[in-house]
Ligand binder design. Structure first.
Ligand SMILES: [Zn+2]
Length: 538
């Protein structure tokens, strides 16, 4: 009898698999619909060709104004605008979240608090907009999704202020992120558009799925895109442009989703639920679609054309038990000028305007050299620029100055750990460093228990150390539960299971990575690991 050798002895280094989501960020929003502004903004672009963007006369914009923080249950809003306006925006975001959780379950809306930067006017927002082809993008509001922080920027008055549709659209993407892996793009976008029209209509009544007239206009009088082609659109297709959701792809995705979810066909509606289940199992989009609805694609195209021509689009009215008009707790506090600098710099950092971000952190340091915030900013910036040694030094200063930010503790541990690796390969860390990394991750989690990336990193760290694989597994399972869409976590878990001499469990963990919807690069990693498991078992 040949006993299989303990697998742990075989592997000396452990690989950190950077998931596509590791620094996952999307930056998306809807372009303003005012065509006059479009003209102006191209004129602005022409002027910019000869003028550098980051030259500001001191002081930097908006740092002289009085800013405050308003906390609702799930959003941290920073603003220098009128309190009632801020309360109104906070109330609408909470209502949206609440209505969504009633529909999809409380787990579906779990995420660390979302930071909202509410500028009094559009002119105030402009210097903080992401650059698109070198000029400020033509946006009224945007949602920035990141693995460590989610952020909304909007203005309280003027152009586009009334409508939060683009914010609701992107927030829906965040809430639906657990389906990101296997939902085809048309369904993701169609759903985000259905929810983008969210409104409350009474104390306990909400409405979603109001018809989007500009899509109806666009689709009428032209032939629809064949569904075969619609289903084939991906993030890399020319039809896809999240920055200005225009064109037939968005219109038809909306129409199809509206028909299946809210349309007048009593046979199809109940079958809609099966679509997700079949996709999750790994059926290809077209196959899952025809199996769920038991109809051919040309058959569906005929029904869809009829639905469009009939023009009777019903919105979905829902009753929620919570009183949506009830006053919400809004805790406000003034924030200091250094915190204002940090918040504005952090926003710029996340839209990749790094030089201007630094200018805000520097101004903060000048105002309040003992505050942890400027150093937190410098640390996050260095981390963004892949300079781990500098990030560690700056974040360490922030912590020494008393930072109580879960991101600072997490960032410090992450960069410290990163410094010990050689091209993503990690080995056991000896000495006091190890204790510091572990403590910092635990502090981050004490401050923010639902923070998936810190659970993952702690689990990965425990795996490297190898002393406590049971705890490593627990942390990784928690991370996967919080962010099932982050397939990189599965690699870490599989490596723990290999170390625990459980090759079958490791195989099972890697299984989802072999499904058709998994990213090709991750699939290749998974196959490689499966082979290694096979070789070790022999
Ligand atoms: Zn979208």
């Amino acid at each position: 009898m040949v006993r299989s050798r303990p697998l742990a002895r075989r592997s000396k280094t452990i690989h950190f698999f950077h998931d596509v989501n590791w620094r996952y960020r999307t930056l998306t929003a809807k372009a303003a619909e005012d065509s006059r502004f479009l003209g102006l903004s191209s004129l602005f672009a022409a002027l910019l060709l000869s003028a550098p963007l980051t030259v500001f006369a001191e002081p930097l914009p908006l740092t002289q104004e009085h800013w405050f923080e308003a906390r609702t249950a799930h959003f941290n809003i920073y603003s220098s605008g009128p309190t009632q306006e801020v309360a109104r925006v906070g109330g609408r975001l909470e209502q949206f979240r609440e209505a969504y959780s009633v529909l999809a379950g409380a787990q579906a809306v779990a995420s660390p608090p979302i930071v909202v930067m509410a500028f009094p006017t559009h002119a105030g927002l402009e210097p903080f907009l992401p650059l698109y082809q070198g000029k400020p993008a033509n946006l009224a509001a945007f949602f920035h999704r990141g693995s460590d922080e989610n952020l909304i920027a909007l203005c309280l008055s003027g152009r586009g202020a009334e409508s939060l549709d683009s914010v609701f659209h992107e927030y829906t993407h965040l809430l639906l992120r657990h389906n990101d892996l296997f939902w085809p793009l048309w369904l993701n976008e169609g759903m985000a558009e259905i929810y983008s029209t969210f409104e409350t209509t009474g104390e306990h009544a909400v409405r979603i799925g109001k018809p989007l007239e500009h899509y109806v206009r666009l689709l009428k009088g032209r032939s629809l895109m064949p569904l075969h082609d619609l289903f084939a659109v991906t993030h890399h297709s020319p039809e896809y442009n999240e920055r200005d959701r225009q064109g037939i792809f968005y219109a038809e995705s909306w129409l199809l989703t509206h028909y299946l979810m809210l349309g007048d066909n009593p046979v199809l509606k109940p079958r809609f639920g099966q679509l997700t289940a079949l996709l999750r199992q790994g059926q290809l989009p077209e196959q899952a679609f025809t199996n769920a609805f038991r109809i051919t694609l040309p058959g569906m195209e005929t029904l869809l054309r009829r639905y469009l021509e009939a023009g009777r689009f019903e919105a979905l009215k829902l009753t929620v038990t919570a009183d949506l008009s009830a006053p919400r707790s809004l805790v406000t506090r003034s924030i200091s000028p250094v915190e204002t600098c940090f918040r504005l710099g952090d926003l710029l950092l996340r839209v990749d305007r790094l030089d201007t971000a630094r200018a805000y952190f520097e101004q903060g340091e000048k105002i309040a050299p003992k505050s942890p915030l400027p150093f937190e900013g410098f640390g996050l910036l260095a981390s963004e620029q892949k300079r781990p040694a500098e990030a560690v030094q700056q974040l360490q200063t922030a912590l020494q100055h008393g930072s109580a930010s879960f991101l600072a503790h997490y960032g410090y541990a992450r960069e410290k750990l990163r410094l010990t690796a050689e091209s993503d390969n990690y080995t056991r860390i000896e000495g006091p460093e190890a204790a510091v990394i572990r403590q910092e991750l635990q502090k981050s989690l004490a401050l923010m228990p639902s923070f998936g990336p810190a659970h993952h990193l702690l689990g990965f760290f425990l795996l490297i150390q190898g002393d406590d694989l049971t705890d490593a597994e627990k942390e990784l399972q928690r991370a996967i539960q919080l962010e099932p869409e982050n397939l990189g976590y599965l690699f870490s878990l599989a490596q723990v299971q290999i170390r625990k001499n459980q090759p079958d469990a490791a195989r099972k963990t890697l299984e989802p990575l072999r499904l058709p919807y998994a990213d090709a690069r991750l699939k290749a990693h998974a196959e490689e690991m499966m082979k290694e498991i096979g070789a070790l078992k022999r």
